[in-house]
Ligand binder design. Structure first.
Ligand code: PRP
Length: 188
C-alpha cells in the first residue's frame, strides 16, 4: 500500500506487530491446550472465520495451533454500514456441517455485539458439541448486546481502527498493525 496515503490516514499505532504476534501465540497456545483431546474428523474442531475482517487473524491463529482442526468461513454484513442497525444479513453460509463438532467462531472485532450474538444463536441451533468464540478486538464501550468471548486478544477504546483485517471502506486491511484512523478520513 502507498506509504504516503497510509501515513496520512493513520493517527497512531494502537497495537504494533510484535505485540500482536505475542498475543496471537498466547491465544493459540491456550486454544491448543483446551482442545488437546479433540480428534480430527467427524467430531473435530472447526474454526469458523467471519469474513471479511477475520481472515488475517484466523490465518495467524490457525497456523499456530498444535491441535488438528478444520477451517471454514461465513460472511455477514450489517444492513447499515457504519451505523449500527442491529440487523445482520447472511451473505455466505459456512460449508461444514457442524452438528456433533466443536465450533470456534473467529472474529476480528466485537463492537455492538449484534454480529456475534447472531452467530452464537445461529450456530447453537445447529447443535455443535461445543461452541466458543475467539475475538481479536473488543470495544466494550460500544456494546449493546452482551455476548460471551472465550478467547480475547485486546480490549480497545472507542476509536476507529484499521489493519490486521479491519478496514475503512475496504482499505487498510493488510496493514500489519492496528492503527487508529484519522478523524478527517472517516468524516470526509
Ligand atoms: C465488522 C466485524 C464484525 C462486526 C462487529 O464487520 O468484522 O463482524 O463488524 O460489529 P458489531 O459487534 O457491531 O456487530 P463489517 O460489517 O465491518 O464487515 P467486514 O468484516 O466484511 O469488514
Amino acid at each position: 500500500m502507498e506509504e504516503d496515503a497510509v501515513s496520512d490516514a493513520i493517527e497512531r499505532v494502537l497495537i504494533d506487530e510484535a505485540t500482536i504476534d505475542a498475543r496471537v501465540r498466547k491465544l493459540a497456545s491456550e486454544i491448543s491446550d483446551d482442545y488437546a483431546d479433540v480428534q480430527y474428523g467427524e467430531s473435530g474442531l472447526v474454526l469458523v472465520g467471519v469474513l471479511k475482517g477475520a481472515f488475517v487473524f484466523l490465518a495467524d491463529v490457525a497456523r499456530r495451533l498444535t491441535v488438528p482442526h478444520h477451517v471454514d468461513f461465513i460472511a455477514l454484513s450489517s444492513y447499515n454500514q457504519g451505523e449500527s442497525s442491529g440487523e445482520v444479513r447472511l451473505i455466505m453460509d459456512s460449508r461444514i456441517n457442524v452438528a456433533d463438532r466443536h465450533v470456534l467462531i473467529v472474529e476480528d472485532i466485537v463492537d455492538t455485539g449484534h454480529t456475534l450474538d447472531y452467530l452464537q444463536r445461529t450456530f447453537r441451533a445447529r447443535q455443535p458439541v461445543s461452541l466458543r468464540t475467539c475475538v481479536f478486538l473488543s470495544k466494550p464501550a460500544r456494546r449493546e448486546v452482551q455476548v460471551t468471548i472465550d478467547y480475547l486478544g485486546f480490549e480497545i477504546p472507542d476509536v476507529w481502527v484499521v489493519g490486521y483485517g479491519l478496514d475503512f471502506a475496504d482499505r487498510y486491511r493488510t496493514l500489519p498493525y492496528i492503527g487508529a484512523l484519522k478523524e478527517k478520513i472517516y468524516k470526509s
